[in-house]
Design a protein around this ligand. Structure first.
Ligand SMILES: NC(=O)c1ccc[n+]([C@@H]2O[C@H](COP(=O)([O-])OP(=O)(O)OC[C@H]3O[C@@H](n4cnc5c(N)ncnc54)[C@H](O)[C@@H]3O)[C@@H](O)[C@H]2O)c1
Length: 335
C-alpha cells in the first residue's frame, strides 16, 4: 500500500510514520507537511535515507500542490491541522485555512483520483463538553465549542458528505487527548515538565478541575493502523483509553514523577469557553476492529517524563517564551 500522510512532522503524524514504516504492508510512505511552528525538521531525520519514505514540504491549503501529491497513492491519512485550542481562540484564521480548506483540498484530490481510503484524524472535542457520568458515542450530537473544535467538526462533516455524495471511501476517527514523545512544548504535559525543569511556576487554568481522558500516542497510532486496514468506509470511530483525570491532578502526577513539589503550580485566569469535561465511549472500535490500548497510564506517563528528561536537545530549541506562555489564548494584535 502506498500511503500519503499529511502533517507527518507533527506529534501524532510523526509517531504514526515511525511505526508504520516498520510494517512491510506499506510499500511507500509520503509525508506532506507545511513545517508550521509546531513541526520540526529533525523529526523523522532517521528515515531520510529510507527508500520507502519521502518527505515533501507543502501546504494542504494549496489545491494544486495537493492534487499533484495525491496522485498514485492508495490511501491518505489527514493529520495536518492547526492543533492548539488556545491559539484558535487568539486567532481562528489559520485554523479555518488548514483544518477546513486543507481538508477540503485533500478530499477533492482523493475524489478526483478515486483513492481507495481516506482517514480524517479528528478529535473528541467535536462533541463539546460531557456532563458528569456521560460518555459520547459515535452517534451523539456534535457541539464543538471552540474555534479549533469547530474547524475539526467541519472537516469531518465534509469527509462524511463526500462518502454519502460521491462514494468516497472516507473514515473519521475521534481520539481523546494524546501524550507521549515529540509533543510540542506548548501542550500541557511537555510545558509542565519543561517549566518545572527551568524552575518556573507551572500555570493551570482556573481551578484545574477540567477533566480530560488521556491516551498514549502509540495506542492512538495502533488504532489508526487498524482503522486503515479494517475500518469500514462511512464509519466514525471513537478512540480512547479511559484515563480520565483533572488537569490539576495530571500536573501533580507529572511533578511527582519529576520529584518536584506541587506548590510550584500557579492558578491563572481560565481560558474563555473552557470545556469542563470530555468523555467518549470507545467500545465500537474495540468490538468491530479488535483494537484496545496496550499501555497503562501511569507507566506511559513515566516513560513520557523520562523521554523529555533524556531528550533535552530535541525540545530546547522549541521551548521558546511563546511556546511556554502561561495564557496563549489571549488575543494577539492582528497581523
Ligand atoms: N494532540 C491531540 O491530543 C489530538 C487528539 C485528537 C486528534 N488530534 C488531531 O491529530 C492531528 C495531529 O495532531 P498533533 O497533536 O500531532 O498536531 P501537531 O500540531 O503536532 O502537528 C500538526 C502538523 O500538521 C502540519 N500542518 C499544519 N497545517 C498544515 C498545512 N496547511 N499543510 C500541511 N501541513 C500542515 C504542521 O506543520 C504539523 O507538523 C490533528 O489533526 C489534530 O486535530 C490531536
Amino acid at each position: 500500500m502506498r500511503l500519503l500522510v499529511t502533517g507527518g512532522l507533527g506529534f501524532i503524524g510523526g509517531n504514526f510514520i515511525r511505526r508504520a514504516i516498520e510494517d512491510d504492508s506499506y510499500s511507500k510512505i509520503v509525508n506532506v507537511d507545511a513545517l508550521r511552528y509546531g513541526s520540526d525538521k529533525r523529526n523523522l531525520a532517521e528515515l531520510r535515507k529510507n527508500p520507502r519514505y519521502e518527505f515533501v514540504r507543502g501546504d494542504i491549503a494549496d489545491p494544486t500542490f495537493v492534487r499533484r501529491r495525491v496522485r498514485g497513492v492508495d490511501a491518505v491519512v489527514n493529520f495536518a491541522a492547526e492543533s492548539h485550542v488556545d491559539r484558535s481562540i487568539a486567532d481562528p484564521a489559520p485554523f479555518v485555512r488548514s483544518n477546513i480548506i486543507g481538508a477540503y483540498n485533500v478530499l477533492e484530490a482523493v475524489r478526483e483520483n478515486g483513492i481507495d481510503m481516506f482517514v480524517q484524524v479528528s478529535t473528541d472535542e467535536v462533541y463539546g463538553p460531557a456532563g458528569a457520568g456521560e460518555a459520547f458515542d459515535e452517534g451523539s450530537r456534535l457541539r464543538p465549542s471552540n474555534p479549533y473544535a469547530a474547524t475539526k467538526a467541519s472537516a469531518e462533516a465534509l469527509a462524511m458528505s463526500y462518502h454519502n455524495t460521491y462514494g468516497t471511501r472516507a473514515i473519521v476517527t475521534r481520539c481523546s487527548n494524546n501524550f507521549g514523545p515529540y509533543q510540542f512544548p506548548e501542550k500541557l504535559i511537555p510545558k509542565t515538565i519543561i517549566r518545572a525543569l527551568r524552575g518556573m511556576k507551572v500555570p493551570i487554568y482556573g481551578k484545574g478541575d477540567q477533566s480530560r481522558s488521556w491516551i498514549y500516542v502509540l495506542d492512538h497510532v495502533e488504532a489508526l493502523k487498524r482503522v486503515l486496514l479494517k475500518g469500514r468506509p462511512g464509519e466514525v470511530y471513537n478512540i480512547a483509553a479511559w484515563n480520565e483525570v483533572t488537569n490539576l491532578r495530571l500536573v501533580e502526577k507529572v511533578l511527582s514523577l519529576m520529584g518536584k513539589d506541587k506548590d510550584i503550580v500557579e492558578h491563572v485566569e481560565d481560558r474563555p469557553g473552557h470545556d469542563r469535561r470530555y468523555s467518549i465511549d470507545a467500545s465500537k472500535i474495540r468490538r468491530d476492529l479488535g483494537w484496545s490500548p496496550e499501555h497503562g497510564f501511569d507507566e506511559a506517563l513515566r516513560e513520557t517524563v523520562d523521554w523529555y528528561l533524556d531528550n533535552r536537545s530535541w525540545w530546547r530549541p522549541l521551548a521558546t517564551k511563546s511556546a511556554l506562555h502561561e495564557a496563549p489564548w489571549k488575543p494577539r494584535r492582528r497581523r
